[in-house]
Structures are given as C-alpha cells and as structure tokens.
Write a protein that binds this ligand. Structure first.
Ligand code: SF4
Length: 380
C-alpha cells in the first residue's frame, strides 16, 4: 500500500552536470563543452542550491548530465563532498553517477567510491567503431572496455551500461554482436535505447541533407524484439521499456520517476516535482550560475498539475514498467479509479492485445511495448 507520506516527501535527488568533452551528434540534452572556469562556478552554485533542498528524506541520488566525470578531479571532489556533507548519507540506498568512456581513470573511480557513490551508469552506446563515429562519441571500443574494467577494479559492484540501437547503417547482426559483447562484461544493469533523431541536432541535419540515411523503423523494431528476447534469456529482467536488470539491481532512482513519486532536481534545466507542482530551473548554464550567485531562485517555470493530468501521467509512467500498475495503487495515488477515467480505452486496448490485466494489475503486453508511444497517447 502506498502511504500518503510517499506522495509529499521526495525520495530522489537529481543533480545535473551540463558539461561534456564534445557534443555527440544525436544529443539534445542540456550540456555544453566543458570549460574549467565555468564548471568551477557551476559547482559552487550547485552547492548553494543543494543547501536549500538538503533536508528531504532522500533515498537515492543521481548525478547525471552531461558527463559528470568530464570535470577535473578537484571539481568532482568538491561536488561529492558537498553531497555527503549535506545529506544524511545513512539513508541513501543508491547513489549513481553517469560516466562516459574516455573521462574516467583509476583515480576518478577511487574518488567516486570515496564520495559514497555505489552505482555507475556507463554510456558505452556501441562497441562498433562505425556506430561510435556516426553517433559522434569521443571514445573507441577499447576505451569503453577500459572504462568498464577501471570501474569494476575500482570496487563498483553495481554497474549499468547504456547502449543505443537503431542507428543508420546498423545491421541486426551488428546489434547482436553489441549485445553479446556487453554480456561478456557482465554488468548488473543494462539500458538499451532506440535512437531517436531529435530536431536541431547535427544528426538531424545530416539526415536532412542526405549525408546519413534515415534510420529504418522496421529494423529498429526487430532490434527491440531481439533485445528483449536476448536479455531475458540471459538473466536480465526486462522491467521497463528500455531497461533490464539482474535480480535486485533495478534502478531505484528511475523507478521513483516511473511511479510518478516526488523528486527534486538541481542544476541548469533540472526539473522538480513536489507537492503536485512541477518546476524547472533555467536551462542556460551561465544564467543559472548568475541567478544562484545573486541569491535568486533558479526556477523559471512552474505548473500545478490538475488531478486529471496527474492521473494520466501516473498511468503513462507506470505503464513504462513491465509490471504496470495495481488498480488499487492507482486509486491511492490519484483519487480516481482506472475504470472511471479510462474504462473504455482499457477495454479496447485489451481486445487489441496491447494491454492486459492480471491479479488487479494493468500492464502493457509485449505487443503493447512495441508500440508503447501510441498506446500512451490514448491516455492523454
Ligand atoms: S556524452 Fe551524453 S550528454 Fe554528452 S553530448 Fe554525448 S550524449 Fe550528450
């Protein structure tokens, strides 16, 4: 049973580091090329913002980006120290940092361990040199393998690897080889994302001008099917559309998002969801720093979600998880019954074989997962 306290007390803290060594061609995240002096001011601003949100009962911390490990050791150290001295670390069950190959060595790995980090999300994306080139990554396959072993040898026993499939020119065989190679590393968790071509990115321009072919949707679907079967058969439970974990290694931080429970985000462009209100910080890095330095709030957007909107979001987020949502829990979280809001839609999607109900739980079937985006639209 979900307690009311869970709805008002954020368990998850996200810290955004908007710096990378170089921008990847497909990326539309809020990040820019690392500049040491800007990063120093940014970390100081983060420390200040953290001071205002440190008293919540967090159970997970996630430092993402960007590439947190693009920063110099001194800056990383300052950030990690700020986190561990501000929060009650005894409560923190999962503390993740995103790392990209080419930005981590034994000293940085040791620093992360020292700072209390117990989980790493490593952005390998592909082991194929042609894929890495097309995606504009800074690293080679060798760098990715080295980064993984440095982290393992550094004492991390909860490693997650990100891979991307469905890029132009990738064959099903290429993807199978990437999956086989990642399994040989034996990570505890895997995220496999289908490439989406975001507007305004260099990749979108390359496709528009014809220098790169458009990714083929049918092969992307084949790759998704392959991924689910392959990883399921190799001990990784498919627990969210793009996420797979060995037993006991689901990402608690992200599960908090998928349950539509409150969270706090700090840093440029970071979003928070608290007491039914969604707010976000200014996206521009220098404007963020200047606001915080001047003692002003970094928030530039806020909206209170209507109960109906919150209910729709709760359902759509929950359906991302293969376990779906218990009808009873939906009611506790939103005050509505599934039937009163979506009875007809659910019946129709069940008849189409896209959704199912088992022991009071509504979930997407395998067929539904393959067209998840269209299914979700039905609830808006
Ligand atoms: S490393 Fe990640 S955040 Fe940075 S540019 Fe590449 S995809 Fe974007």
């Amino acid at each position: 049973m979900i307690m009311q306290r869970e709805l008002t007390h954020p368990n998850a803290l996200y810290i955004h580091i908007p710096f990378c060594i170089k921008r990847c061609s497909y990326c539309d995240f809020n990040s820019s090329v690392y500049q040491p002096d800007v990063a120093s001011r940014y970390v100081a601003a983060l420390e200040k913002e953290l001071g205002g949100v440190k008293d919540h009962p967090y159970k997970t911390v996630y430092i993402g980006g960007g590439t947190p490990t693009a920063m110099k050791e001194g800056q990383l150290n300052q950030l990690l120290s700020a986190v561990s001295s501000s929060l009650d670390m005894r409560r923190i069950k999962e503390y993740t940092v995103e790392v990209n190959p080419g930005t981590v060595n034994a000293r940085k790995a040791a620093l992360l361990r020292w700072g209390g980090v117990n989980r790493i999300s490593l952005g390998i994306q592909s082991f194929k040199e042609k894929g890495l080139r097309l995606l504009g990554r800074i690293h080679s396959r060798r760098d990715a393998l080295d980064a993984f072993s440095v982290l393992r040898e550094g004492g991390f026993n909860n490693l997650s690897v990100d891979l991307i499939f469905g890029w132009s020119g990738q064959t099903l065989m290429d993807w199978e080889e990437d999956l086989t190679e990642v399994l040989s590393l034996d990570p505890e968790h895997l995220s496999a994302y289908c490439l989406t071509v975001e507007r305004g990115t260099p990749l979108a321009r390359q496709i528009r001008t014809g220098s790169v072919p458009r990714p083929d949707e049918e092969s992307q679907l084949d790759m998704l099917k392959k991924t689910i079967n392959f990883l399921d058969n190799n001990g990784y439970k498919h627990y969210e559309i793009s996420n797979f974990a060995k037993k006991g290694y689901r990402c608690r931080h992200n599960v908090n998002y998928w349950k539509n429970l409150p969270y706090v985000g700090i840093g440029a462009g970071a979003v928070s969801y608290l007491n039914g209100r969604r707010t976000s910080n200014i996206r521009d890095i220098l404007s963020y720093i200047e606001r915080i330095e001047a003692g002003r709030s970094a928030k530039t957007f806020g909206e209170r979600l209507t109960p109906r909107r919150r209910a729709a979001e709760t359902l759509m987020m929950a359906l991302r998880m293969t376990s779906g949502i218990k009808e009873k829990n939906f009611t506790v979280r939103t005050g509505f019954t599934l039937r009163e809001l979506y009875g007809d839609v659910i019946d129709r999607l069940c008849v189409l074989g896209l959704m199912g109900i088992r022991q009071g739980r509504l979930y997407l079937t395998r067929k539904g997962v393959f067209v998840a985006d269209s299914v979700m639209m039905e609830f808006l």
